[in-house]
Write a protein that binds this ligand. Structure first.
Ligand SMILES: [Zn+2]
Length: 388
């Protein structure tokens, strides 16, 4: 195993994720000199990021003082922008929600009015929490479209007209702190992982109008070279009957065009089902309607053929389904499992878990908060902050 870093940022990370609880454990974990570790821990305590709490068990001699992360050393703002909603939360530095507010919007109104409303809600939740602008350490924003992560600018988002290349971080400049922007699927994936420290490999697949996938590698979001990793909605799926379905991207037989929310509604209408929205199809299936169940299950099988290839390639511990269509639950999972277990290699599928998100409405906010916290407490950021 490679040696474990002992920078101040790394020591903070080890305590925050429970890998070490005292100076002695930090020394044992990192292999760094006792004086070095102690000096850096003192710096972190002075900065308010670590606290010394009670005493642990001794193996002889004075019991060690326990270290703990001070999750009240500031707060972060979590902004979850959807196609039809905006939700804003203020959380502590372990992503525990202190106050939250949100309501319906139309993302197509454009960045000006939508971001002004997000900022107004942010001021509102801060006031509710008894916090001020100066307490905010970072802002995390999730948006329903592709984003260049390094600049926080959407890149040709298909369902966010007027947002292309808009500098979203500028809308939060009053906070004088870093602003992190990512697509909703990556943000939800972080939310599904919960508080930092997990070392699992997970795929979080959102099936709504579109289909996207958050790729979690050893507990962290994997974004790829340009930030578009996990864009599985436009993977081509061969149709045995030679059917060709045009996708909004211009190609035919993309996964999204065959098994996304729009496809489900289209096929239900073609089958003569009494539905007007994708949600109607999901509800009909939930009531046990045979043809609706079969459509949901077929969508699951189509999604499953793509996931089977991903399982062979990536060998995840878990796949978590989320988004509007995933609310269909059992019939969708049945179709997905059928295809995945038939087509994946046995070793990769042996202990693979496929589940539906337990809290799809909350994961966007928790994920945005975690993105902000991870950005603020990033090893290098902490080291730079302490050096100032
Ligand atoms: Zn496509």
């Amino acid at each position: 195993m490679a040696s474990t870093s002992a920078s101040a940022g790394a020591l903070l990370h080890h305590v925050r994720t429970g890998r070490a609880r005292s100076r002695a454990e930090l020394v044992a974990l990192t292999g760094a000199a006792r004086n070095t570790v102690s000096a850096r821990v003192d710096q972190l305590i002075t900065a308010g990021l670590l606290e010394e709490g009670g005493r642990g068990w001794s193996t002889g001699g004075r019991p060690p003082k326990l270290l703990q992360f001070n999750s009240r050393a500031g707060c972060v703002l979590a902004v979850d922008l959807g196609v039809t909603s905006v939700d804003v939360a203020v959380t502590d530095l372990s992503a525990q929600v202190i106050a939250s507010a949100g309501h319906a919007i139309d993302i197509a109104e454009g960045p000006g009015p939508v971001l002004a409303e997000a900022d107004r809600l942010a001021q509102q939740v801060l006031a509710e929490a008894g916090l001020s602008t100066a307490d905010v350490r970072a802002v995390g924003v999730g948006v329903p479209g592709p984003v260049e992560f390094s600049t926080g600018r959407p890149s040709h988002p298909p369902i966010m007209p007027g947002w292309h290349d808009h500098p979203i971080p500028h809308a939060f400049s009053r906070y004088d702190c870093p602003v992190f922007v990512d697509n909703d699927v990556n943000v939800m994936a972080l939310g599904e992982m919960g508080v930092a420290g997990s070392d699992q490999d997970v795929l979080v697949v959102k099936v709504g109008t579109g289909i996207g996938c958050g790729v979690i590698v050893e507990g962290a979001v994997y974004r790829g070279a340009q930030g578009s990793a996990g864009d599985i909605g436009h993977i081509h799926v061969a149709q045995p009957d030679g059917r060709e379905v045009l996708c909004r991207c211009g190609n035919v037989n993309c996964l999204e065009a065959l098994a996304g929310g729009g496809a489900l509604l289209r096929d239900a209408l073609a089958a003569g089902l009494p539905v007007q929205t994708t949600r109607d199809v999901i509800e009909l299936a939930a009531q046990g309607d045979g043809p609706a169940l079969e459509l949901v299950r077929a969508a699951g099988r189509t999604i499953g053929t793509v996931l089977a290839a991903l399982v062979n390639f990536f060998n995840p511990h878990r796949i978590v389904m989320t988004g509007g269509v995933a609310q269909a639950g059992i019939p969708l999972l049945a179709g997905i499992r059928e295809a995945v277990y038939r087509r994946s290699m046995p070793l990769a599928a042996r202990s693979l878990e496929i589940t539906v998100s337990a809290a799809p409405d909350l994961s966007g906010r928790i994920g945005a908060a975690l993105m902000a916290v991870e950005g603020f407490l990033d090893e290098d950021s902490v080291d730079q902050a302490l050096a100032r």
